[in-house]
Design a protein around this ligand. Sequence first.
Ligand SMILES: Nc1nc2c(ncn2[C@@H]2O[C@H](COP(=O)(O)OP(=O)(O)OP(=O)(O)O)[C@@H](O)[C@H]2O)c(=O)[nH]1
Ligand SMILES: [Mg+2]
Length: 303
Amino acid sequence: MTSKPLDRRTLGRTLTQLTNASALELARRPLREAAACGARRIGITGAPGAGKSTLLGHLALARAARGRLGVLAVDPSSPKTGGAILGDRVRMDELAGAAELYIRSLGSRKTSDGLADNLPEMLDAMDDFGFAEVMLETVGVGQTDYAARVQVDTLVLVLLPESGDTVQAMKAGIMEMADIFVVNKADLPGARKMATDIQRIAAITRHAQGAWVPPVLLASASQPASIDALSQAIDRHQSWLAAGDLRQSLKDQRARYRLRRLLEIRAAEVVAEQDAAFFAAPLEQQFRRALELAGGTRACASP
Ligand SMILES: Nc1nc2c(ncn2[C@@H]2O[C@H](COP(=O)(O)OP(=O)(O)OP(=O)(O)O)[C@@H](O)[C@H]2O)c(=O)[nH]1
Ligand SMILES: [Mg+2]
């Protein structure tokens, strides 16, 4: 599958079609059976401006030699074009030289989970196009974290020193979800202390025997060794998943999440198609009618 050169044009068209697909069209796409065959999926999440794109750009450079690499960046505001998403510290000419690198920025538009529309199906499409690895950048704010958690194998949480990020992350429960913590911009003051604090919290939150103990790393765009260390931590987590056969359980969670999302999208579509008379009815009646329509059954003319 990977021996053929990447057909960028068809991939681009496929992803655009998926962005615009309706719930019913999406539901026709088959579920993935063999999780082990797909691309490795690595999520990079964190607060706005934490340095995710810069980090991702450096990681992409470090990892592009291993095979076809895709980068999907979910931009909560507006979809930007190509290279601009990878932070300003990465030498774009170096990235452009990696023939098997594909970068795409996705707008998050109407989904309730803060991810891009139909992202699960887009990630599946990346598998179809023979990617060895896909990196996903999301801005971590509450619900997005859970949504991103389910879509990737390895979730990297990027935190900023002296930003109150630790407290925010604890509140959102993301501390339990992340596989790797990165205190980024380690050249700024307070980074080392923050890493120690997180290490302490992480140590008391995980107990199960054989459970993955999330490492806490310091990273900085100006320190290549810190990028290598992060890349190696990602590899260790991937090996740990493979050894414990855990990708299957991730796949099951993904399937459940996808189903729930399709139902949500379908319900929203149905509501959007209704006219003023529908919204003038009592709420309970609107609800019943929406369910009937989403299920494809015909409702009685009068309740
Ligand atoms: N001091 C310092 N600044 C950095 C470092 N990495 C990135 N930055 C700067 O932080 C700013 C934000 O970087 P991005 O990589 O765009 O951050 P991001 O998390 O992707 O931002 P959003 O996608 O907008 O949420 C830029 O001005 C970078 O130059 C670092 O290691 N140290
Ligand atoms: Mg970014």
